[in-house]
Design a protein around this ligand. Structure first.
Ligand SMILES: [Zn+2]
Length: 370
């Protein structure tokens, strides 16, 4: 039977990765995780014999349904938006209610769709073909992120707080998923003691995420190893006492601060405090630029940059500056192929793909038509 396509099979030895070794061993039939690499750009025979493939029992081609006219590029960049306050007066750390509503509308219209931070770092990107994923984060757990008003003995979510605005937008635009992470600190997140438990459970039930922002918004620059583990672990201890089955394993660094002593850097990722072991899968900087794709060689989940979701920016690196940038250079932007099991990348970006980061997905390289 004629072979019509070239399929290279790369087998990744998972345990080697887990032990920190980056070696790839090629073709070992006993290893269960297989990353197929289909390189359409290197295909020698462009004519696919339809009769032949009909007779073939393995005719289901996961790449066949990918619409290349949408110019998918899953090696493109993704913005991790960083919000702080939703308030009355716009400033560097405050977005007004109207501007936050505007952001959601603009992102929606420009083809951006929220995904969770966990799915982002795990390369589980499920976005409609032709659209760009975006990650939304809120730092500090301010009251204006999630505020409860009691009216006639009834609990009402303040229509001007972030949670309510976002939920309302999602209701009107169901294809704009309700996905965000709230990085909170201390024992009174969202600043209404009587509603802490209600709010935390509410967010998790809605499919939103809670992230760690240390116990007291600690500056990590000068802390020793045990203090770093304490300020990270103590916050998890508190959150876990309310959210029993929820793992808090993402950290946003307060002030973007990292330990000056580089030997202590490891404790941002893993450590132990009071019998609690933590293992962070994502560490976020304060940052000023979009992130590399999670399959990019340069992507580091322990140092993820963020884009300030504001317009008052000293260095022109806010959300609207980057939106303009991606309008101007659309090839820099992550464009989904619509299939979460396939990572589709134009040939010209093939070299930036780290095949160890595919996380079991198939890699599809294609030659872009001008
Ligand atoms: Zn903060």
């Amino acid at each position: 039977m004629k072979k019509v396509i070239n399929i290279t099979v790369v087998v990744v030895i998972v345990f080697l990765l887990l032990t920190g070794c980056n070696k790839i061993e090629e073709v070992n039939n006993e290893i269960p995780v297989v990353n197929k690499v289909y390189n359409k750009a290197e295909e020698t025979n462009n004519i696919i014999d339809k009769k032949d493939s009909k007779d073939d029992n393995n005719s289901e081609d996961p790449f066949e349904k990918i619409d290349l006219s949408k110019k998918p590029n899953e090696a493109g960049q993704i913005m991790i938006l960083m919000y702080h306050n939703i308030g009355n007066e716009e400033s560097e750390w405050v977005r007004t209610v109207e501007n936050f509503k505007k952001d959601l509308k603009v992102l929606y219209e420009k083809g951006y769709r929220p995904i969770s931070l966990k799915d982002f770092v795990n390369n589980n990107i499920d976005v409609e073909a032709g659209y760009t994923p975006i990650v939304i984060t809120f730092d500090d757990g301010n009251k204006n992120n999630f505020n409860i008003i009691v009216k006639d003995g009834k609990k009402i979510i303040d229509p001007n707080c972030a949670v309510s605005i976002y939920e309302e937008f999602h209701k009107q635009h169901p294809d704009f998923p309700l996905k965000a992470t709230f990085f909170i600190f201390g024992k009174n997140p969202f600043r209404q003691k009587e509603f802490v438990e209600y709010k935390l459970k509410y967010l998790i039930e809605k499919g939103l995420d809670i992230g760690n922002h240390t116990i007291a918004h600690n500056n990590l620059t000068k802390l020793d190893s045990s203090s770093i583990q304490k300020v990270i672990g103590e916050n998890i201890e508190f959150l876990s006492s309310i959210l029993k089955d929820y793992e808090v394993n993402m950290l946003a660094l307060p002030y973007g601060s990292r330990p000056k002593n580089k030997e202590n850097e490891i404790y941002l990722r893993k450590g132990e405090y009071n019998g609690i072991n933590y293992n962070n899968i994502a560490i976020l900087n304060v940052g000023w630029k979009p992130s590399y794709s999670p399959i990019d060689k340069r992507f580091n989940p322990y140092s993820i940059p963020r884009v300030r979701a504001s317009e008052i920016n000293v260095d022109n690196v806010g959300l609207y500056d980057w939106l303009e940038y991606f309008d101007k250079y659309p090839q820099k932007r992550f464009i989904s192929d619509g299939n979460p099991d396939v990572v589709t990348v134009p040939k010209k970006f093939e070299d930036i793909v780290d095949k160890n980061k595919l996380n079991g997905k198939l890699l599809y390289i294609y030659e872009e038509k001008e």
